[in-house]
Ligand binder design. Structure first.
Ligand code: TMP
Length: 209
């Protein structure tokens, strides 16, 4: 595959979506074919699954049902959008991917990590991120920022302890996979973070092509 797959991860309110859009503008300005997408979502069917996952409902969703829905959305997204884009040589920037499942469903919901890893690999297939940026921020501050911008979906109803476990899992993934994952201190101003990202991306091998 000629393209490059880059993912943006982090706790709620960490600013990854803003940074992803700025990176996309930067790369498009350099004449690159850039595809911006997100999980859950990215295709009409996966966006419908997203709505099921985000909405608050009287019926509690079982952790396993939740895991399957994220993976179902991913399988659809990978096969109909991500892989074709990578095959034609695009830079695919994805807002969350399988590391979010490891953090939220694995550490957050405490599902068996081996099951989560297996399903992540199955749903992602050939589309494994070449590089990942994890935006790190204390969970309480992230939740405050997310609430300030009006976010109140299902995950936002969870306890601070749940969101702390997710942050810790992202940190431990970054320690375990230092070649793939770059930690970004998300407590800094938007411009400073963007500068660091652009510098880092310019050093990735695909930029020499
Ligand atoms: P977003 O608010 O960054 O768009 O992310 C959507 C929500 O879905 C967020 O609360 C994190 C959650 N999520 C999971 O729990 N597991 C996953 O695999 C993914 C991709 C997202």
């Amino acid at each position: 595959m000629n393209g490059v797959f880059i993912t943006f991860e982090g706790v709620e309110g960490s600013g990854k979506t803003t940074q992803l859009r700025l990176v996309a503008d930067f790369l498009k300005g350099l004449g690159r074919d850039v595809v911006v997408t997100r999980e859950p979502g990215g295709t009409p069917l996966a966006e419908r699954i997203r709505r099921l996952l985000m909405e608050n409902s009287d019926e509690t969703m079982s952790p396993l049902a939740e895991l399957f829905l994220y993976e179902a959305a991913r399988a659809q997204h990978v096969n109909t959008l991500i892989l074709p884009a990578l095959q034609r040589g695009a830079v695919v920037l994805c807002d969350r991917f399988a590391d979010s499942t490891t953090a939220y469903q694995g550490a957050g919901r405490r599902l068996d990590p081996a099951v989560v890893t297996r399903l992540n690999r199955l749903a992602a297939g050939e589309a494994w991120p070449f590089h990942t940026y994890v935006f790190d921020l204390c969970a309480a501050e992230g939740l405050r920022r997310a609430r300030d911008r009006g976010s109140d979906d299902r995950m936002m109803q969870e306890s601070l302890a749940f969101h702390d476990r997710i942050r810790e899992e992202f940190l431990s993934l970054a320690r375990e996979e230092q070649d793939r994952i770059t930690m970004i201190d998300a407590a800094r101003p938007v411009e400073r973070i963007q500068e660091e990202l652009r510098r880092h991306i310019c050093g990735l091998p695909f930029m020499a092509r």
